[in-house]
Ligand binder design. Sequence first.
Ligand code: SF4
Length: 419
Amino acid sequence: MAKIKTYKIYTLGCKVNQYDSADLKKRLNKIGFEECKNSADLAIVNTCAVTKTAIRKNSRMFNLAKKENPKVKIIIMGCCPEIDDKISIKNQADLIWGVGNYRELIKRIKRFFPKLKEKNKLLNNIVSTDKSRYFLKIQDGCEQFCSYCIIPFTRGRLKSRKSQEVIKEVEFAVKNGFREIILSGIHLGLYGREKDFKEKINLTDLIKRLLEIKNSEKIRLSSIEVTEVTDELIKLMSENEKICKHLHIPLQNGSDKILKLMNRPYKRVDFQKKVTKLRKYMHDIALSTDVIVGFPGETEKDFQDTYNFIKKIKFSRLHVFPFSAHEKTKAFNFPNHLDASVIKERAKKLRELGKKLEKKYKQKFIGRDLAVIVESQNGAHYIGKTEYYFDVRFKDVDIVDFCGNDGGDLVRGKVVVRF
Ligand code: SF4
């Protein structure tokens, strides 16, 4: 009997990349492959190009894939091949792919392995990146061209998935026991807004339809631009228990001068107003954000403005990215690049602030009843996420320890757990 062919996927980067890898897993399982830990027949490195550090990680991941799978056919895909013609690992791969068109990619893979046997279609129809939380890509592409960002070059124009296709996938995920659906996209807030999209639908309309799905429990939005948080969306979120009270809204900087240089379409006052409105209708809403530190031309005053603004907004979680742009972005050629040591120091200060704010936010919930969706088990403990996007660890249904980067300082609260 012919030996079953095996594969391993190495994924770097964002939730959309993770979804794409999960989508490929589904397709590979369907054509007769089995996933394995090492010595695979096929290895796929799904790359990220968002920063220079990310690009360096791609090579490391590629070398690891070769080491773990010595007799492998190896494919490089994702954002990096879309923009970088010179990546050194390219001529060591058996196939170079970019983003999307995975049907065609599968055809090419089949040519490497002509004796594969297709499996049951239904069993492998689920695109899962997690055990209880289902990441669902509903949109790809971005046309904003923020001056530091390579994504519009790698992911191309706005592309939304048909609503019926999204609804069917959610129905299937719910039937298969997924408790939380996380709607993700590169520019999620512009779902359905490209000129050539055939349906008249926006993100809020789509969520309304998803809420009607029988037995669906929680819906979360992965990341949304502040300008796309509409009154209609705020109303729907505040009135519907199924929608997680959490939004990840990238701020990127707290200085209007830097926001303008970044080509971000808002000022800090707009951001502040939106946050006030969100908190008016959802008092405890979790608001997480991304911030880039050390952008070219960022003075000490600009940095202080950012620091103070973040403190004022009281984000529930902060992701700090030291500036490092790709050569193809506008910001790469901007004057007044900062010294690496200055960037490092500023990043450190912001991360410390982020930890303090996160801890303060979580402390609000001490003693309160919260529903937790269980994600994993570690010995006698279960780990899960609340709708407010922090992890909790618990032993039984009444006691919970907050997890996360609060310096190991655990606090206690009451929860109600659903298994
Ligand atoms: S909105 Fe800006 S940061 Fe986000 S993907 Fe588009 S260009 Fe990049």
